[in-house]
Design a protein around this ligand. Structure first.
Ligand SMILES: C[S@@+](CC[C@H](N)C(=O)[O-])C[C@H]1O[C@@H](n2cnc3c(N)ncnc32)[C@H](O)[C@@H]1O
Length: 243
């Protein structure tokens, strides 16, 4: 099983406090209509703390598979599941590895959603993901993802999260994106302040790959997933075999 014990170790602590609210609004906007209309299982690849899985649990009545290799990120997900009610919890299976390793019945899924995960994968991991997605999707089933960046930024780009107050402290975070040989490096910095004083500061870096649409569509096509132009921000690929 591909447990990644190291990655997200720093980020996990700050993930939901800084990002969960914004992310759940975003995933509802991007995937909500298709998830609500699903009649077959929804697979959430790189589930993290479960933004897409919880969308599926609330907007649909279908089985949900949350696939998450990082133990610290799974902890966030399972803590949320512990509080969500037994009936909803009974509908979601948590898979502690990658999609190729997950025990999901072939053809069971109507949707495989990869939100905010694909650019972090290298070519071999992407290929394994597309093959596994094509296996678990039923005929006509859809692979959905947020469109990866095609080009690295020319200059460093810094994005700040909205600060969040927790008791006497304010939690802040920013991500600095800079071009590097493989694509772009994302350097996250998390700061906890009490008044003017910095109580803690932590950082974690991630490598992301640039994936132009044509190259991605070709990769998907080689694995039986046909890219569809929808004009949406979401990238849609249909499992070949039915319309
Ligand atoms: C940036 S987080 C996004 C989490 C969640 N999808 C969200 O939008 O909040 C990326 C997640 O993908 C997971 N991940 C990394 N490699 C993966 C792989 N090969 N298969 C599935 N998930 C993976 C990481 O552990 C991490 O939890």
């Amino acid at each position: 099983m591909s447990e990644c014990e190291g990655t997200y170790r720093t980020t996990a602590e700050f993930y939901d406090i800084l990002q969960a609210e914004r992310d759940s609004r975003l995933v509802a906007r991007l995937y909500g209509a298709r998830v609500a209309a699903a009649r077959g299982a929804v697979v959430d690849v790189g589930a993290g703390s479960g933004a897409v899985s919880f969308l599926a649990l609330t907007a649909s009545g279908v089985p949900v598979h949350a696939v998450e290799p990082s133990a610290v990120m799974r902890s966030l997900l399972l803590t949320r599941l512990a509080r969500c009610g037994a009936d909803r919890r009974a509908r979601v299976t948590v898979h502690p590895g990658t999609l190729p390793e997950a025990d999901i019945t072939a053809g069971e899924a109507e949707l495989v959603v990869c939100h905010n995960v694909v650019p972090t994968l290298d070519g071999a991991a992407r290929r394994a993901l597309w093959e596994a997605a094509a296996r678990v999707l039923g005929p006509g089933g859809l692979l959905l993802m947020d469109r990866p960046r095609a080009r690295a930024p020319r200059e460093a780009e810094v994005t700040a999260f909205t600060p969040v107050r927790v008791g006497a402290d304010t939690y802040e975070g920013e991500v600095r994106e800079t071009a590097c040989a493989e694509g772009a490096e994302l350097a996250f910095t998390y700061t906890v302040r009490r008044g003017e004083r910095v109580v803690r500061r932590r950082g974690e870096r991630f490598l992301t790959r640039m994936l132009p649409l044509e190259a991605l569509a070709e990769e998907l096509g080689e694995c039986g997933l046909r890219w569809e132009e929808t004009g949406e921000r979401v990238l849609v690929a249909r499992r070949a075999g039915a319309g």
